[in-house]
Ligand binder design. Structure first.
Ligand SMILES: Cn1c(SCC(=O)Nc2ccccc2)nc2c(=O)[nH]c(N)nc21
Length: 283
């Protein structure tokens, strides 16, 4: 399938799997609020991600860790916009912006962002209209509830893959009604969002159920607790587990994987892709 996504000034060719590198601009508790240093750190981190082969840099200013407190618009704007402007201006990078906030959706697009990545699937008031106005591709992701409470007792009456497909189907319809055509959409099952380990494992095994929506599939499992729960590894020792998950996701149809460790993931999915391509070479 020669799917090409128009991402601002970039054409993203999804005929083979792509890697989205994670650039966190949520200051950790040690940061002293030195904006200049924070921007410099972000610039250096992005440069490394690009050098390692990232096709997209994902920039997020709001922590969606379970229990994280909400961030103000000003704070999110101050963290995200300077980084987007810098990465676009200095590296010509394809920048994806993680935000659910209509104002930031508009401002990030004006700053040169090439893709929108909203873990809340444009459900906030005004978000659909804001996204429609940007002409940018949008990734819609499954989550039930809010990051602060979503992991308390995730329960689904129906099989998890059905809950995910139905939710995303509704969001695709909402986008169509708001003037965001299918050509601009990506979907994502939201691993780790309002899901138990069981839910996450079943969802990966049945990832092909999302083919029913016939849209490019983005997944993010890098360093997440599903790896910690399955392997008993702390967050800084989850690369091998994450590589296994990225390869399995690509085998089951994922076209973009959102990861911290770009170089290793590029080789792992390119190797998997070489094997998968052999199937079609003689079919
Ligand atoms: C912004 N964003 C996030 S943040 C959660 C995260 O990385 N937690 C985490 C990171 C490191 C260690 C443990 C947990 N996850 C996704 C995803 O799976 N898909 C899309 N589209 N966007 C996403």
């Amino acid at each position: 399938i020669g799917v090409r996504l128009r991402c601002g000034h970039h054409d993203l060719d999804l005929s083979r799997p792509r890697v989205m590198g994670i650039l966190n601009v949520t200051p950790d508790s040690f940061s002293d609020g030195n904006r200049h240093r924070e921007l410099d750190d972000a610039r250096r981190h992005a440069e490394r991600l690009l050098r390692e082969g990232a096709d997209i840099i994902d920039v997020g200013g709001e922590s969606t860790r379970p229990g994280a407190e909400p961030v103000s618009l000003e704070e999110e704007r101050d963290r995200v916009l300077p980084v987007v402007e810098t990465l676009v201006r200095e590296f010509g990078a394809l920048v994806s912006v993680d935000t659910s906030t209509p104002e930031l959706i508009r401002e990030a697009a004006a700053a040169g962002a090439g893709m929108l990545n909203d873990v809340r699937s444009l459900t906030r008031p005004g978000a659909l209209a804001a996204a429609a106005g940007t002409e940018l591709p949008v990734c819609l992701m499954h989550m039930r509830g809010e990051p602060g409470t979503m992991q308390q007792a995730p329960y689904y009456a129906e099989p998890i893959e059905m809950a995910v497909v139905e939710f995303l189907r509704q969001r695709v319809t909402a986008c169509a009604q708001a003037g965001i055509p299918r050509e601009r959409l990506l979907i994502d099952p939201g691993f780790g969002f309002a899901k138990t380990l069981e839910h996450n494992l079943r969802l990966l095994n049945r990832l092909s159920a999302l083919e029913a929506l016939d849209l490019p599939l983005l997944v993010g499992m890098s360093r997440k607790s599903m790896i910690g729960q399955a392997l008993g590894r702390p967050v800084d020792q989850r690369l091998p587990g994450g590589l296994a998950l990225s390869v399995m996701a690509v085998e089951r149809g994922a076209r973009i994987v959102r990861v911290h460790d770009v170089a290793a993931t590029v080789d792992a999915i390119d190797m998997a892709w070489a094997v998968l391509q052999e199937r079609s070479d003689h079919e």
